[in-house]
Design a protein around this ligand. Structure first.
Ligand code: FDA
Ligand code: NAP
Length: 448
């Protein structure tokens, strides 16, 4: 039996994106993580190495939150894992300040995340996809109830680890229009750079981007820059791109205290959050890129040389593929007429669904209580509400917009959220009469 199968971890984190990276730090920095009783944590990530939405690391894309909303600062401003500490280590702190921006590029923030990850890599296994969570059978006498996590280990087969808690943080799920399939020329924005990199740009004479969110606008601009010979069609369901509201009062919806207001509010409270503030995040675009795209369009008019086309109030209904041909079925929301557009590549920047824990939970799901709308109930500490038969904790980072509000899948509140989860795991460990004191030293690592 491998060493990991004997260990009972305090928590196993599923996915190692920013959310669980932040949780790993919160556990490491927790005052109860002492040598005599270390917090034992292990993380599993299906990618071969750390990567945060790599396929959208477009050269000019900037962060949509302040760098101060990094993985730690709101919880622990003196953490060694802050963005400022990273800048200092990279010898760029002075230049960054001279740059006078709150919003670094996504490429620089990615480098920050990689720098953080390099300090925590002893507790994560890559190429390791968690495929199931179940109640562990046959825990010995005196051993606490625990969960068994089944991991597909690259080409090494499957291993199983045990834990008192899991933190599921598997991220957003790309959304395509019903019936549309992805292939080598029909892409979702989440796979953009990888798929784009596989085609010869000279073969792309005409391309289309579907959607009116930040992803669509960024990709439209990128293609307009990168394919100077090509016609670029932006299929925009609205009358034109709408601006993301990041003005100070509206931005308060991302404050840690807004989670309390949302969580303890009535249905009317929650409905008001969405009605008034959906435009802080969904189907909206940063002001700078809207103006840039408009300027490009205007300049083409002046030159009488139009290759950037905006098809407004238009949705994609279907896509027909014959050989290399892509025929896009467009429906105008003005006259309900349909028409076809032929392109060489088609990008669906049609957004994402929230994280869904159900597939991983399998039979455990019957212990997880739901609200009248059929959604999982969650405690304030992001733990699923379960029947008394299940004492282990299933924590969610993501997938709790209906209980905790807009920040659930975002970075805005990640430092506080993961700190609250770490507090909860450690508090429950202290209260748990079944929990034996840990024998091993340091934050644990699975050794397959
Ligand atoms: P994330 O998706 O980052 O990570 C989940 C990880 O789980 C992935 O690495 C995945 O491989 C892994 N995984 C999935 N299933 C698994 C399994 N079964 N087993 C093991 N591993 C598994 N928000 C914001 O506040 N500010 C911003 O600037 C941006 N920018 C941004 C850009 C783009 C292009 C997108 C698409 C989204 C954003 N976001 C954002 C929102 C985004 O949700 C957020 O930045 C984080 O990615 C959330 O981090 P998570 O760790 O929760 O998910
Ligand atoms: P999004 O905001 O959900 O936008 C999806 C768009 O696709 C919407 O305009 C939607 O319109 C449209 N759409 C869906 N189906 C369609 C169809 N059949 N035909 C035409 N249009 C269709 O998704 P996103 O732009 O990917 O953004 C998701 C998250 O990632 C956001 O949090 C965003 O801030 C973040 N992001 C950040 C960065 C960055 O940090 N630089 C970059 C990209 C994304 P309807 O709403 O009308 O369906």
């Amino acid at each position: 039996m491998d060493a990991s199968a004997r260990e009972i971890y305090d928590v196993v984190g599923i996915g190692f994106g920013p959310s669980n990276l932040s949780l790993a730090i919160a556990l490491e920095e927790h005052e109860a993580n002492v040598e005599a009783r270390p917090v034992r944590a292990a993380f599993f990530e299906r990618q071969p190495s750390f990567g945060w939405h790599r396929n959208m690391l477009l050269p000019s894309a900037t962060m949509q939150i302040s760098f101060l909303k990094d993985l730690v600062t709101f919880r622990n401003p003196v953490s060694k894992y802050s963005f400022i500490a990273y800048l200092h280590a990279a010898d760029r702190l002075v230049q960054f300040v001279n740059n006078q921006t709150f919003f670094p590029t996504r490429q620089e923030f990615h480098q920050y995340l990689e720098w953080v990850e390099s300090g925590l890599s002893d507790r994560v296994s890559y190429d390791s996809e968690v495929v199931a969570i179940r109640k562990a059978a046959g825990t010995g006498a005196g051993e606490p109830e625990c969960l068994e996590i089944e991991v597909r280990d690259g080409d090494r087969g499957r291993t199983h680890v045990r834990a008192r808690n899991v933190a599921i943080s598997t991220g957003l799920v790309p959304r395509m229009p019903a019936g549309v399939r992805r292939d080598d020329r029909v892409w979702h924005s989440s796979e953009f750079l990888e798929k784009y990199g596989r085609v010869d740009p000279n073969d792309l004479k005409s391309v289309a981007v579907v959607g009116a969110g930040q992803s669509a606008a960024e990709i439209t601009r990128f293609l307009h820059d990168s394919l100077p010979h090509a016609r670029v069609f932006a299929v925009v369901p609205s009358y034109g791109y709408s601006v993301a509201d990041d003005t100070p009062f509206a931005n308060q919806v991302f404050d840690p205290s807004a989670v309390d207001d949302y969580y303890s509010g009535t249905e009317q409270t929650r409905e008001a959050f969405w009605r008034y503030h959906r435009n802080t995040n969904y189907s909206v675009v940063d002001d700078e890129i809207i103006r840039d795209l408009h300027q490009r369009s205007y300049d083409e008019d002046v030159r009488n040389d139009r290759r950037l086309h905006f098809l407004n109030l238009t949705r994609v209904d279907d896509v027909r593929r014959t050989g290399t041909e892509i025929r896009v079925g467009l429906r105008s929301l003005i006259d309900r007429e349909t028409r076809a557009l032929d392109v060489d590549a088609l990008v669906f920047a049609t957004g994402y669904d929230a994280m869904r824990p159900t597939n991983l939970l399998g039979d455990l799901d019957r212990h997880c209580l739901r609200d009248t709308a059929g959604r999982h109930r969650a405690e304030r500490d992001y733990r699923l509400v379960t029947t008394p038969e299940l004492s282990c904790g299933i924590y969610l980072q993501g997938g709790t917009e209906h209980t905790h509000g807009l920040t659930s899948s975002l970075l805005s509140n990640v430092a506080i959220r993961s700190g609250e989860i770490a507090d909860s795991i450690i508090r429950r460990r202290a209260e748990d009469p079944e929990h034996r004191p840990a024998a091993s030293l340091g934050t644990a690592r699975r050794t397959a």
